[in-house]
Design a binder for this molecule. Sequence first.
Ligand code: HEM
Length: 506
Amino acid sequence: MALLLVFASIIFIILAYKLYQRLRFKLPPGPRPWPIVGNLYDIKPVRFRCFAEWAQAYGPIISVWFGSTMNVIVSNTELAKQVLKENDQQLADRHRSRSAAKFSRDGQDLIWADYGPHYVKVRKVCTLELFTPRRLEALRPIREDEVTAMVESIFKDCTQNEGKSVVVKKYLGAVAFNNITRLAFGKRFENSVGVIDEQGQEFKAVVSNGLKLGASLAMAEHIPWLRWMFPLEEEAFAKHGARRDRLTRAIMEEHTLAREKSGSAKQHFVDALLTLQEKYDLSEDTIIGLLWDMITAGMDTTAITVEWAMAELIKNPRVQQKAQEELDRVIGSERVLTESDFSNLPYLQSVAKESLRLHPPTPLMLPHRANANVKIGGYDIPKGSNVHVNVWAIARDPAVWKDPLEFRPERFFEEDIDMKGHDYRLLPFGAGRRVCPGAQLGINLVTSMLGHLLHHFTWTPPESVKPEDIDMSENPGLVTYMRTPIQGVPIPRLPSQLYKRVAVDM
Ligand code: HEM
């Protein structure tokens, strides 16, 4: 009886608070929330599509309740600008789920840090030290090594099984994994025949265990007062954290020893952060957090982007052929592409951009949280709400794009549109204070992967699949993989000596 009374009082307090909020604030319109769960059970799995549909019904700014937390989703250029430019600072905090809070030690990293002195300091480390053009250039041999290793691997598979299709994602995932672990940790865990060493196995296990733990809490996440029914797997989290730290510390120690032995620091992020630790007063938690941020943010995003681009190119032979003509004209058939060629390959660059327009890998970016009451589009956004920008919907808005659903890279020749946060029609990397710090690195890797895939091979759909039947739907999730991984038949188009990996030891 007493328990029932407590339960009823909690519900009463929550409902009264909601009513008070509704009367006090002019909240954005949206689907009617249910008691306790809000709109959680109305949201379809592919969230950005569901929010875009709701925007059609309720307007370009909507409120959606995840349990007792208000989420605001904006879906047009003007409102994106209000969120990411005019009210940028007040909307620059992060919502940390319980797993994100655990993994980041309450925001001691960059991705999950609230806006404040710690964030500003760590962001400065990214801008002035990690992602400088000089360091990106110094790390370029790693990218070129990995991209040529991908070409070698596809060549081997397609010459052994002529005419057979391959699952493109398998090769892209390997490039993304090796590139990011080498860049961040200075380690290639995979040997030349594709075998992953013990430390690499441990690394992969930590990544997949982290994903599993993160996904296990969804319901309890949104209804804080119901959490006692879903006890946090404290022990599992503690074990996971300790395992991740043990692995990272071992790698950090290897780097410190190597530095002491050679007297010079390498360019990898781990070396950079350890040598800058004192200058920027970085705790060990922050260094470990930052290194893992790069893995979380930089691995899937690049592989996903290239997978969607390849699906579009297999679907659109006209665009594929035009990109190949440009590659043949600029590079020819006696050498392979390098990043120095990019400036002479405007069509290839537009293919990458058009793909990021139609298929941004994080269609709702990462949610921002309001650290003050703000007004967006004439509506109140109370402090503590989460704000999402539906960059997927904005990049398909017929009000600002001609034939928005058509994959047509030429559109960027007709109008040069920035995609790194200056033009609010195209925001695959976000904009403002929290814009992706890895944008240029991501663009370079994506363009290089695409360029090599197209220069070295002609791609056609598997024999039984017509281009128009390719499944272009998305998997649910924060990052948006294709629901059905794209398959293609690669046909080599260059002399066979150009399919060798250009390995570098760094
Ligand atoms: C095609 C590739 C990529 C895309 C489309 C992409 C997109 C994004 C987006 C939309 C955000 C959220 C912005 C916001 O919250 O407003 C973000 C944040 C971030 N990205 Fe990327 N990203 C890519 C590649 C990378 C790479 C390669 C790295 C690093 C190696 C990276 C590191 C980060 C970090 C650390 C953040 C958090 C920034 C913060 O919270 O202040 N990203 N990215």
